[in-house]
Design a protein around this ligand. Sequence first.
Ligand SMILES: *Cc1c(COP(=O)(O)O)cnc(C)c1O
Length: 230
Amino acid sequence: MKDRISQNLALLNGQIGDACQEYDRDVDDIHILAVTKRHPISVIKTAVAVGIHNIGESRVQEADEKIKELGQIARFHMIGHLQSNKAKTAVQLFDVIQSVDSLKLAEAINRYAGEADLMVDCLIQVNCSGEPQKSGVAPEDCLELVMQVNRMQNINMTGLMTIGPHINDEATIRSAYRKCSLLFTEAREKLGADFDTLSMGMSNDFALAIAEGSTMIRVGTSLFGERPSH
Ligand SMILES: *Cc1c(COP(=O)(O)O)cnc(C)c1O
């Protein structure tokens, strides 16, 4: 498994390099978040062994089982929808919560982080595609939520996350990513350089996300192959 994952990582780094060349980006500005949801613990260990530092999981309970066993071997990012009633566990498990999409959720995260004397890095998830089934704040509500969360004591407001449209059309994908990128730039002008993460792009569209300013791509399939269905 180690050889295969390390080959996939080399291939991915090559593709990131190509995209950076094509779209005039600096490769050092693109970070890889390896998404290990539904994969066993051995996959996370192997990813870390081949040089991955950031791991993404999408369900609190699954992450709880994995992280308890693994310990803090990487930075763990929550990328799935988070309910306020799971915020307490999430705060204890994750270094970064990328899926903050309401004031209520942010308040819960801030309260539990305060009780545990922790600072949690948070990204606001934006629904830039406008698809109704997707979570995330509407683009027009994004900056207000960023500013509200930025005032919370136990949260570092570090960026935005978005999931691209579920459609195989470059122009549509790029325009959704561009919308998020413009919001990111606007928020960064207000918040400063610590607001530095624009999490967008997955295995099938990361080159387009890089074209539009992504600083973190979230990739599962291209590193680990198809996910087990469970
Ligand atoms: C599963 C998932 C990914 C990774 O998807 P791949 O297509 O396997 O790269 C990225 N982001 C989120 C939010 C996910 O849920």
